[in-house]
Design a protein around this ligand. Structure first.
Ligand code: FES
Length: 475
């Protein structure tokens, strides 16, 4: 009998054999496919606003308050009708918080940073995730989406644990899985896997938050014991068990059953049409493919982005039901055949007349004179804009700030392999398009995590209507 070749199971840990393999094969921190979008249109989509997220957050808190008050009143009256407001409260608490956590982790929900950070901490607590750990794990998820051995957020590893997925809708194991690392972090330690994506400078923040979580949950449990009632826990903590199910129904549509180890989000992310209630609860994360391809675009602009790029995307799923009709059979098949995945049909390559692929990429026009090299006419670089300049083996980014001043830096982000010329200039800051890290243009200093290392800066000047760059970095 011929020998049957058995494929060894994938190793989803972040310190195993598949981690080394992903790095060897160039799948880690790789360059991903991006659909062509006219630069002007992209600039419009990238604009931040406070209004939509303030409105949506006030409605969310208002609904939490009303459903919470209803739950309390019915409970005190000893009525079983308390189940109804509690179910609403639980979904708002544990499911809707997931997308609030997500969008604020990118720093794109609000224009004002402290609003993003404040809501991020609140939503992390509600969705029962350690804020600092998950901020960094999510950055890795965006760098290496569904790359085995690199992505810490693969929801349905192969072969899928079907019983685990079903039980996941009741969140008991997830709640337990929250406290296990919290206990570790309280003692001032991290797991080897966490150390692969959290920089050392962030360790103290992890430990501090773990201790705060423990104090809060300890206080709520103490209150429940004093009152001899489960009620305090039904409001804080237990919603993760009875209210997270809707978040999982949304969440599995993102990647479950799709390809692993590919560098094109069109092959490993889904966009699913949803009604306005689901889109409100999920903060438009049903446009998940668009979000992964252009994570800098705020949630409220994702429908517009979808319209711009849909010709270059696989057809969106018609509904949540339609997506799950693909997910369930795919997961069941992967139990027996872990190599199986849903293959998506890509449309033929799109060439947009209004989106010349390299509209903002320039190369040298001549030889440097005294170290200065001509880049382009000044009119190509508007205020709060950036262009890319490739010279030899190097890439530079040249910016014009809001005040009109010219700045220049290395063109690749110090956090990952991403061109800053695809990012957003705000005032005197450049925001990286991959994980929304920010640098000060004047000195290259990091201004927002996950970037920790400064950019090399260069001198740039305008003369006779042309922009010039001094290739020698200032000493
Ligand atoms: S690549 Fe991560 S912030 Fe730039």
């Amino acid at each position: 009998m011929p020998a049957v070749e058995t494929i060894p199971p994938s190793d989803y840990s972040l310190v195993g054999k598949d981690t080394a393999r992903a790095i060897e094969q160039g799948l880690a921190e790789a360059t991903w496919y991006a659909s062509p979008v006219p630069k002007e249109k992209m600039r419009e989509l990238l604009q931040r606003r406070d209004g939509p997220a303030i409105r949506d957050t006030l409605i969310w808190f208002g609904l939490l308050l009303i459903s919470g008050a209803g739950s309390y009143l019915f409970w005190q009256a000893g009525s079983w009708w308390a189940v109804v407001p509690f179910m609403i409260y639980g979904v708002l608490y544990a499911s809707a918080s997931d997308s609030r956590w997500h969008e604020t982790s990118h720093g794109t929900a609000f224009k004002t940073d402290w609003l993003n950070n404040a809501l991020y901490e609140i939503a992390s607590f509600m969705v029962v995730r350690e804020a600092t750990v998950w901020r960094w794990s999510h950055a890795r998820h965006h760098s290496d989406t569904i790359i085995v051995g690199r992505d810490p957020e693969i929801a349905a590893p192969r072969p899928p644990d079907i019983a685990g997925i079903i039980w996941g809708f009741f969140g008991i194991k997830e709640l337990f899985n929250f406290f296990k690392p919290v206990a570790l972090h309280c003692t001032g330690r991290l797991s080897p896997e966490e150390k692969t994506f959290i920089p050392e400078s962030e360790y103290e923040k992890v430990f501090l938050r773990a201790r705060i979580y423990l104090v809060i949950y300890g206080g709520v449990m103490g209150l429940a014991i004093c009152q001899r009632s489960i009620l305090p826990l039904l409001f804080v903590g237990l919603p993760r068990i009875y209210g997270a199910w809707l978040g999982l129904i949304y969440g599995y549509t993102q990647h479950a059953g799709l390809a692993e180890n590919v560098l094109d989000h069109r092959l490993n992310c889904r966009t699913v049409r949803m009604n306005f209630i689901n889109r409100y609860l999920y903060w438009n994360m049903n446009y998940h493919l668009e979000h992964h391809m252009f994570p800098l675009v705020p949630y409220h602009n994702l429908p517009k982005l979808h319209e711009l790029v849909k010709a270059d995307m696989p057809a969106p799923y018609r509904s949540i039901w339609n997506a799950w009709r693909e997910i369930v059979p795919a997961l069941l098949r992967q139990v027996k055949d872990p190599a199986y995945y849903v293959e998506r049909k890509l449309p033929p390559p799109t060439v947009r007349a209004d989106a010349p692929a390299a509209a903002h990429i320039f190369t040298a026009k001549g030889q440097p004179v005294n170290g200065w090299i001509e880049i382009c006419a000044g009119e190509f670089l508007k205020r709060e804009d950036v262009i890319r300049f490739d010279h030899g083996q190097k890439t530079y980014a040249i910016y014009r700030s809001a005040e009109g001043a010219l700045h220049a830096t290395d063109g690749i982000c110090t956090h990952g392999n991403t061109h800053l010329a695809d990012g957003l200039v705000k005032g005197r800051l450049i925001e990286c398009p991959k994980h929304n890290g920010r640098f000060d243009l004047t000195d290259g200093s990091p201004q927002r995590k996950p970037v920790c290392v400064a950019l090399q800066t260069y001198k740039a000047r305008e003369h006779d209507g042309k922009i010039f760059l001094d290739l020698a970095p200032p000493t």
